[in-house]
Design a binder for this molecule. Structure first.
Ligand code: SF4
Length: 163
């Protein structure tokens, strides 16, 4: 069965900017983990950023610019992390990803507005965007029902093709 890329912080790894995690204990995720289907990945750490680190936001999309509140440019690390996330998803043959909501890397629906005012706006993080652009459906930790529906349909279609 196909693998699913998942944000490392959702699996309890202390890789968030503040050195903490965002563990989810949803039974569907636990079951997928028991089946060995989850591939744990943190784009920001993979891109070379330390933990803990200053929080960053996407200031501009075109051209892409990601900075900390102190204006440190962390765009190269975010772009590398996104590229490596796609490479990992392709390498393991992932069918989709479950990524942490609202993150400038992993958010799939909303991100902070780039002004460090704690304001969410519609949009995707850098890694989530790249995964979507390469055809990987991206869900967040509040969309586990939709994830389950997708993988059930996906697994059924794979079974039909291999029957
Ligand atoms: Fe979690 Fe993604 Fe941030 Fe890494 S980059 S800490 S996986 S939200």
């Amino acid at each position: 069965m196909n693998k699913i890329l998942i944000s490392a912080c959702l699996m309890g790894q202390n890789v968030r900017y503040d050195g903490k995690n965002s563990l989810i204990t949803h039974p569907v995720i636990q079951s997928l983990q028991q089946q060995g289907r989850l591939v744990v990945f943190c784009p920001e750490v993979a891109g070379g950023l330390p933990t803990p680190r200053a929080p960053a936001e996407i200031k501009s999309r075109y051209p892409i610019l990601v900075t900390t509140a102190d204006q440190e440019d962390v765009t190269p690390q975010f772009l590398l992390g996104a590229e490596l996330a796609v490479e990992k998803a392709q390498e393991v043959g992932a069918c989709c990803a479950v990524l942490k909501s609202n993150s400038p890397s992993c958010g799939n629906r909303e991100i902070y507005d780039g002004k460090f005012t704690n304001t969410l706006i519609p949009g995707s993080g850098v890694a989530a965007s790249e995964l979507q652009r390469h055809g990987f459906p991206v869900y967040n930790e509040h969309e586990i029902d939709q994830l389950l529906e997708f993988i059930t349909t996906f697994d059924l279609s794979m079974n039909r093709h291999s029957a």
